[in-house]
Design a protein around this ligand. Structure first.
Ligand SMILES: [Fe+2]
Length: 209
């Protein structure tokens, strides 16, 4: 058990990834507003958002959480089982929204009105889900992880995160998606990052709310 509010390097990596995902969420929210006004979607922009969702949010970030962080937390404290399963369930809901985007975008780009509505609705729901999901992880899960995990866990996670980047995500792919997040959000790469704040100190059951 660690002292309160002591930050851990691997958790800061995940916080940084959340800040990137939030840039893309903001762009999704802008796109859905514009698309509703126009009655059609910007196909090229949505395609980039799908690429980011599959390649980074899922292929890099959620992979690290599910396979490594959540698993290690469950080993340390059995009470984290239910809340981390709930977070995994939200990851799965996000994947189903992305599948819907992939399925309906071609028809939406061909000006099919029903497909356009489906894409706008799926993008709206996905952005809303991810915003709430990230807020819960930042405010509850990460401070809890920083209390429960030991220094040896931090070393293990840092090492395994690097392994995921090398072997699963692929060399240079993280950087590609970092640049893409800035491109999607319409901001020049290299601008000041909006760092996630250190969260408060809540109970695992708060995650289920
Ligand atoms: Fe996350």
């Amino acid at each position: 058990m660690r002292s309160e509010h002591e930050r851990l390097a691997p958790i800061d990596i995940l916080r940084h990834e959340h800040a990137l995902v939030e840039r893309v969420i903001a762009a999704m929210e802008r796109e859905t507003r514009t698309a509703r006004e126009r009655g059609r979607v910007n196909g090229a922009a949505v395609r980039q958002m799908i690429d980011f969702a599959q390649g980074f949010t899922d292929g890099c970030h959620h992979l690290k959480e599910e396979r490594l962080l959540f698993a290690r937390l469950r080993q340390r404290d059995a009470s984290t089982e239910a809340p981390t399963r709930a977070l995994e369930h939200e990851h799965e809901s996000g994947r189903s929204f992305v599948r819907s985007l992939v399925e309906h975008l071609p028809a939406a780009q061909a000006e099919d009105a029903r497909a356009s509505r489906t894409v706008i609705d799926a993008l709206t729901a996905y952005a809303e889900l991810l915003r709430g999901h990230i807020a819960k992880e930042d405010a509850v899960l990460f401070p809890m992880a920083e209390r429960l995990l030991e220094e040896s866990d931090a070393e293990f996670l840092t090492h395994e995160f690097e392994q995921v980047e090398r072997e699963e995500t692929g060399a240079g792919v993280h950087e590609k998606y970092e640049a893409l997040a800035h491109e999607i959000s319409g901001e020049a790469f290299g601008e000041a990052e909006s760092h996630a704040h250190a969260g408060d100190d809540r109970h695992p059951s708060d995650l289920a709310r």
